[in-house]
Design a protein around this ligand. Structure first.
Ligand code: NAD
Length: 363
């Protein structure tokens, strides 16, 4: 199979769909790989790295799309890219179709077979191609929160680990799933006093079993949440209710009860945010002040660490990419129901129920 990987063109996207290691694996399986010149630059990969891996470089996205049987990307294809897709071509990338009718109609019209990273499943009920980005965002959250807490950034001027004779920062993490667990581990590793809140007792039991000595757990009743928030220097929002907007866990009125200069890091901002005062920000201008409380609400946190994110995503997508290339999409999906769950559009037809329901399109 011929696999193509174009340069990402969505603003502020520095990741790339294939690492040189992924290209090398595909080549070793007998496939041809075409990378657009400079596609890996934002993630620190040179064209020479891909050539050494056995891939070929071409100058334009048009050439990549024209040559490839399968396109491997990171972000959903932009309008100009959608025009380059053709019948029978396979597209393997994040799509997030439910809120995006224009893209959905274009992909249906293209006749391509579109497999979305975010709906591929695993046998533990997880989303293996979303999890790496949650891991990255979770581990980044205390790092950006620590920066937000610095005085010059409007924060309380509290050091995460304290120093001998001065206590550490108090951090609460609301939501103890993938993001929350990774956030808590890193915050505790920085020396902070960390408590994770969740509404799932099963999850709290697991966290207590595994991390009991590293951080504390608490049930996320409204009362507990606000009581712990009032004592916190940093509050990390990491909740998810699948398929729904994030619940608002701290209201604007309640900001007055928080410590002045506390840092709110709302990782759940891509689901609307879990604090009433959250609004999406960018890496260029990540924080803002509401009533003396500093908010960090960047919706694509993994973009800040494009190299780590690219490699983490590539590690997760590689086995699926190889299965699609080795067996062809149809056989690969028939052999693996979890990969089949990734199929969103095929041959002019929407094939994913939840997207059909969201957009009122027949599946
Ligand atoms: P997850 O499903 O692994 O974990 C979510 C947890 O939230 C679950 O344990 C659930 O029990 C808990 N929860 C739900 N409602 C709650 C409530 N009211 N109070 C306390 N806990 C509650 O999800 P995840 O992968 O950890 O993702 C968390 C959020 O981070 C999602 O909104 C996701 O979209 C977002 N995210 C954002 C970025 C970014 O760049 N901003 C990157 C990755 C993920």
């Amino acid at each position: 199979m011929i696999i193509g990987c174009p340069t990402e063109i969505k603003p502020q996207e520095f990741r790339v769909g294939m690492t040189p290691n992924a290209a090398q694996e595909a080549v070793s399986h007998g496939h041809e790989v075409y990378i657009q010149t400079g596609a890996g630059a934002g993630a620190g990969f040179e064209d020479a790295d891909y050539i050494a891996a056995g891939a070929k470089t071409v100058g334009t996205a048009e050439e990549v799309f024209a040559k490839a049987d399968m396109i491997v990307k990171v972000k959903e294809p932009q309008a100009v890219e959608r025009k380059m897709l053709r019948e029978g071509q396979v597209l393997f990338t994040y799509l997030h179709l439910a809120p995006d009718p224009d893209q959905t109609h274009d992909l249906i019209a293209s006749g391509a077979t579109c497999i979305a990273y975010e709906t591929v499943t695993d046998n533990r009920g997880g989303l293996p191609l979303l999890a790496p980005m949650s891991e990255v965002a979770g581990r980044l959250a205390p790092q950006v929160g620590a920066w937000t807490l610095q005085k010059a950034n409007g924060g309380r001027g509290v050091l995460m680990g304290g120093v001998p004779g001065v206590g550490p920062a108090r951090v609460i993490v609301i939501g103890g799933g993938v993001v929350g667990t990774h956030a808590a581990k890193i915050a505790a590793g920085m020396g902070a006093d960390v408590t994770v809140l969740d509404r799932s007792l099963t999850r709290l039991r697991y966290l207590d079993d595994v991390f009991g000595g590293t951080f504390k757990t608490s049930f996320a009743s409204a009362g507990n949440t606000i009581e712990l928030a009032q004592a916190a220097d940093m509050i990390i929002g990491a909740v998810l209710i699948p398929g729904a907007a994030a619940p608002k866990l701290i209201s604007r009125a309640q900001l007055a009860d928080l410590k002045p200069g506390a840092a709110l890091v709302d990782v759940a901002i891509d689901q609307g945010g879990c604090f009433e005062t959250s609004k999406a920000t960018t890496h260029e201008d990540p924080i803002y002040d509401v009533d003396g409380i500093m908010h960090y609400c960047v919706a694509n946190m993994p973009g800040a660490v494009a190299r780590t994110s690219t490699i983490a995503l590539g590690n997760a997508t590689m086995p699926f990419m190889l299965a699609l290339a080795d067996k062809g999409w149809r056989q690969a999906c028939l052999n693996d129901p979890h990969l089949m769950n990734g199929l969103n559009v095929h041959a002019g037809q929407l094939t994913y129920d939840a997207v059909g329901e969201a957009l009122g399109i027949d599946v």
